[in-house]
Design a protein around this ligand. Structure first.
Ligand SMILES: [Mn+2]
Length: 301
């Protein structure tokens, strides 16, 4: 009976690409399998599918006791499809810690501490001597670049890098340029208003008796924000807060660009730099560990 292959809920690029690639591999090996997804395809994965001209997997809402299921990029009931506990679990390919699934029959499990499920799938293609097509290579490569943040993530292993090198030769893409375009598209803030962006992840604090707001946005689409820099500053200035900082965090550059309503001295003090609207604060990526304590000590002076 047909195998249903799917990644986790709220699927990321790895979940989408690994379900498609493993399905292709199984089909090549003569097994009947179909790729599914458990939710909306996010922007980044849309970019990948569009680039390599591959259709998104079919949406799967629940499974029943007759279904044969194969999990990729997850192994926990809470992250998986509704009804999985009653269905037949045939196998798992994953790179996460074991999360408490139990079965009545033996199953095929391939879990390795690498940066991406697609790195394991790349190796399954090799082990089974199945040729990797241009499209499949594109999906595998994209997922590895996504999960490892272009090798910047501490989860990156040599196996991930080796797989990417081989896959880049099949796809003929320039890895760095492709990854940056993918991240940029995936984190694009297109269609969002300035208040929406400022308040996307916004927290209020009381520091030295004053109300202070700190917002943080993760994006690599800095140009679209800086094109409206003055409008952002006007919006922050018009707020009721004594001070507000909007940190636009670029995880690849490992730092944040700062827009703010605050005394320049406070910003200079807090981040040990020459304050200016849009200034880049190297190494500042965490609100909890950096933005809040740094601003607190500067404002309490
Ligand atoms: Mn993953």
């Amino acid at each position: 009976m047909e195998l249903k292959i799917f990644g986790h809920k709220s699927p990321d690029t790895d979940s989408i690409c690994s379900s498609i690639a493993l399905t292709y591999l199984k089909n090549q090996l003569g097994e009947s399998a179909t790729a599914y997804r458990l939710g909306e395809v996010r922007k980044e994965a849309k970019y990948v599918l569009n680039y390599f001209k591959v259709d998104a997997p079919v949406l799967l809402e629940k499974v029943c006791s007759e279904d044969n299921c194969f999990l990729v990029d997850h192994n926990e009931y809470a992250q998986s499809v509704d009804g999985l506990q009653e269905a037949n679990l045939i196998g798992i390919v994953d790179h996460h810690k074991l999360g408490g699934i139990s079965t009545t029959l033996p199953l095929s499990v391939r879990i390795a501490p690498v940066g991406c499920t697609c790195t394991i799938i790349y190796n399954l293609f090799k082990e089974n001597n199945v040729e990797i097509t241009y499209e499949i290579a594109g999906l595998l490569l994209s997922a590895i670049l996504s999960d490892t943040l272009l090798y910047k993530s501490p989860t990156t292993t040599q196996a991930d890098i080796d797989a990417c090198k081989a896959l880049a030769e099949i796809t003929k893409v320039d890895v760095e340029t492709y990854a940056m375009d993918m991240f940029k598209y995936g984190t694009s803030l297109d269609g969002m208003s300035i208040p929406e962006i400022v308040h996307m992840d916004f927290k209020e604090f009381t520091i030295a008796g004053n109300k202070v707001g700190i917002g943080q946005v993760f994006t690599m689409d800095l140009d679209s924000i800086m094109a409206k820099k003055q409008e952002y500053i006007d919006y922050l200035e018009s707020s009721e807060y004594f001070a507000v900082v909007l940190a636009i965090t670029d995880i690849i550059k490992e730092g944040s660009y700062l827009l703010y309503k605050a005394d320049n001295n406070v910003i200079s003090d807090a981040f040990e730099l020459e304050a200016a609207q849009g200034v880049f604060a190297p190494g500042v990526v965490s609100r909890k560990k950096q933005l809040v304590p740094n601003l607190t000590s500067a404002l309490e002076k």
